[in-house]
Design a protein around this ligand. Structure first.
Ligand SMILES: NC(=O)c1ccc[n+]([C@@H]2O[C@H](COP(=O)([O-])OP(=O)(O)OC[C@H]3O[C@@H](n4cnc5c(N)ncnc54)[C@H](OP(=O)(O)O)[C@@H]3O)[C@@H](O)[C@H]2O)c1
Length: 236
């Protein structure tokens, strides 16, 4: 029976992944993590509809003890193994807006965003999809700005690459990829929606469908790479 772990599932793209998986895969176990299960109203409503298939575990990705506790709970639910791990949690910046220039950058704010991705303490997975962003590509950076967010996604991309090497060895190989979901209509991107043409602002349903199409076609050939929503490889 397939088991998936969606990390950062309280809302936005992570919540949509949970809905997609529960809808599409019979007998699936979805383990959804979020900072504050009590306040995750939509995720809890989804659990009420899928009481035996959806399990909610608290996890704050910038809190080491919370990561350890969540990893232990995952083991209890599923013997420690998941077939698909989606790392989704992310913030643009603690203020809600990316920095436009160097004068807006402070080390404290930067650390908050950076820390979002400085972890992957989860258990064994057959596919690990790290939800990154195009702005995390050094090659593609023609505009500058958004220091913390770009740096955090760049670090996440390096984690994808490193993990693909480490988890590509041995018998239980794991395919590790970074994925750019497009510009998606969520809280995170809300301050910038007015600058995005409507056809380029994806619903969470549309974005997750694109990303699952990519995930479903992954083989070890793809590990350690970065793909945009349309399946094109992006240079790091
Ligand atoms: N939306 C876009 O256009 C876009 C584009 C490119 C990439 N992305 C990436 O897609 C991913 C999902 O973003 P979204 O658009 O769905 O944003 P969102 O609706 O704002 O959701 C962000 C999620 O991250 C969680 N989160 C934030 N800090 C966390 C922490 N310390 N520990 C655990 N969870 C934490 C939030 O949980 P709480 O409810 O507890 O705050 C929430 O579930 C992010 O990695 C983002 O960078 C989004």
């Amino acid at each position: 029976m397939p088991a998936c772990l969606v990390q950062g599932a309280s809302r936005g793209i992570g919540l949509e992944f949970c809905m997609y998986l529960l809808r599409g895969v019979p007998n699936i176990t979805v383990i959804a993590t979020c900072r504050n299960p009590g306040g995750a109203t939509d995720l809890r409503a989804l659990q009420a509809k899928n009481p035996s298939n959806l399990h909610i575990i608290p996890l704050d990705v910038i809190d080491e003890s919370s990561i350890k506790q969540a990893a232990n709970e995952v083991k209890q639910h599923n013997g420690g193994g998941v077939d698909l791990l989606i790392n989704c949690a992310g913030i643009l910046h603690p203020s809600g807006r990316g920095e436009t220039s160097l004068r807006d950058v402070s080390s404290q704010k930067g650390t908050g965003a950076f820390g979002q991705h400085a972890q992957n303490k989860q258990t064994h997975a057959a596919v690990m999809a790290n939800i990154s962003a195009k702005v995390g590509s050094i090659t593609d950076n023609g505009l500058g700005g958004w220091y913390s967010y770009r740096m955090s996604k760049c670090a996440l991309n390096m984690a994808t690459k490193n993990l693909s090497i480490e988890l590509g060895r041995g018998r239980n190989k794991v395919i590790c990829v970074s994925l750019h979901p497009g510009t998606v209509d969520t809280e995170l991107s809300r301050p910038y929606h007015k600058n995005v043409p409507s056809e380029k602002l994806f619903s969470t349903e549309r974005s997750v469908q694109y990303l699952m199409d990519i995930i479903n076609g992954l083989t070890m050939q793809h590990t350690g790479k970065f793909y945009t929503w349309d399946g094109k490889e992006m240079l790091f």
